[in-house]
Design a protein around this ligand. Structure first.
Ligand code: ADP
Ligand code: MG
Length: 117
């Protein structure tokens, strides 16, 4: 399966590969690496396997069927970089599940990156 917006996302059997197609996508990749290194031990983030020149490889998760406001609030509390208005953490498509645990799939944004298009 292939999805795209600012990145072409190849959804494979066990991994996903996110390839930037513009500057925003590239910055998202670098930021995903930064957020992963800083918060992976305290926040439910999709496992990052490697990053190379803005290309990100993560473990593949199942799609979340719904998300709760409380979950979004919780992660915004843990990761101050996400605490801005108009942050797309409320979009269900940015979340996945691992058994009964929710994981954030798309953690490349910050306030500056979100303002780009
Ligand atoms: N680790 C993952 N496992 C399964 N699907 C994923 C994963 N990462 C991304 N996806 C799917 O690809 C879509 C786009 O990836 P995302 O990280 O949101 O990139 P974009 O920056 O283009 O929004 C997501 O909405 C989700 O449906
Ligand atoms: Mg997304």
């Amino acid at each position: 399966m292939i999805k795209y917006s600012t990145r072409i996302v190849l959804v494979l059997k066990n991994i996903v590969v996110k390839i930037p197609i513009n500057r925003k996508g590239y910055l998202q990749g670098l930021n995903e690496n930064k957020i992963w290194n800083k918060y992976n031990s305290i926040a439910p983030l999709a496992e990052l396997k490697w990053v190379w020149m803005g290309v990100v490889c993560q473990k593949r998760y199942n799609e979340a069927t719904f998300i709760l406001d409380s979950q979004v609030k919780e992660i915004k509390g843990l990761i101050p970089e996400f605490n801005f208005d108009n942050c797309d953490l409320y979009k269900r498509s940015n979340w996945g599940t691992d058994g009964n645990r929710y994981v954030l799939l798309d953690y490349g944004v910050n306030e500056y990156i979100a303002s780009l298009y």
